[in-house]
Design a protein around this ligand. Sequence first.
Ligand code: URA
Length: 421
Amino acid sequence: FAAVDVIRAKRDGGTLTGEQIDWIIGAYTRGAVAEEQMAALAMAIFLRGMDSAETARWTGAMIDSGERLSLRVERPTVDKHSTGGVGDKITLPLAPLVAACGAAVPQLSGRGLGHTGGTLDKLESIPGWRAELPTEHIVRQLDTVGAVVCAATPSLAPADRKLYALRDVTGTVESVPLIASSIMSKKIAEGAGALVLDVKAGSGAFMKTVRQAEELAAALVEIGAAHGVATSALLTGMSTPLGAAVGNAVEVAEAVDVLRGGGPSDVVELTLALATEMLALAGISGVDPARVLASGEAYETWCRMISAQGGDPEAPLPEAAHVTVVPAPETGTLTALDAYAVGVAAWRLGAGRARKEDPVQAAAGIRCLAKPGERVSEGQPLLELHTDTAEAVPSALAALEGAYPIGDDTGNDDAPAGSGK
Ligand code: URA
């Protein structure tokens, strides 16, 4: 094969053969296809698309560029992947909950980049907790605890690591076949028998509209089926942050509240919905995740999961040096709280990073003290901005401009009695 022929074929709207796909991904991973050639091919795919068979083969070639973990454990394995959102800490209560219900949950996760947070960054706010684990540790912990949340090992889908970095700088990220194959190559290589996808739609999500999210969800599920992994997808909203906490340590604290039987209702509901779907795909019936959550068994599993990775689940979490309260500018109904704006503000406060190498502040983030639809009074605290770097506050406030509109005071008058907070 010659790379230029593969590029031309896709440029002219053709369908790539399986052999062409296997060859170009393999050669690119080895460094035998140049970055500029892969950039041209990625742009041709961006413009011309790939059909289901091409996308499934492309995913397979990316899996085969590295190692596929073999998770030989007694219990059925099942994982969850979220396409990412603001305040999305669901993995934290979900993994121990599903483990406490009898499945094994290998959750190999990433760090945050841009306005969405990373699960590993959140967990690293727990004193002593380690993200990097050797494969033997992952398998042992799955057997003994049933859940592990850790960094993806470098041997998983190395082609995707290279290609994602290239897409990032060539305007070729936003292509459904490329996104779907990227996500699924990493998840299938991780070796779980079943996978539930939480595909988000809204301002704080990767996919801004429900239609785009549906298209991505369908592509993801098709790839799973083609590779023999039982896959299903839930479509969930991301126009306002999930729960009340956005950041790192503040999100861990909220997840612990959920595991102890409290926490915001939207976080509890989504955790239970995903747990129910995961248990169904894993073939575990007759266990009610709501009961297991209420019994404290999920919290016990959380403590064991954190301890097994060097963390102290009882240690106090870091607290920010500066807390700035944003009050409601007038009395009325909070009509929206924009997820994207809150995500950007938390990022500017230090919770996220602009470049892969940047550190994050464990204590930085935002607490949202009111939800859209709630009545608020002028001067009532709406948001709390937490940071160790006070000079970051003005730019966080600028990101929040227009993000919490307050409407007509009569907006909620028809709400049934007792529905308030
Ligand atoms: N997340 C991924 O892992 N890959 C993409 O291409 C986009 C989002």
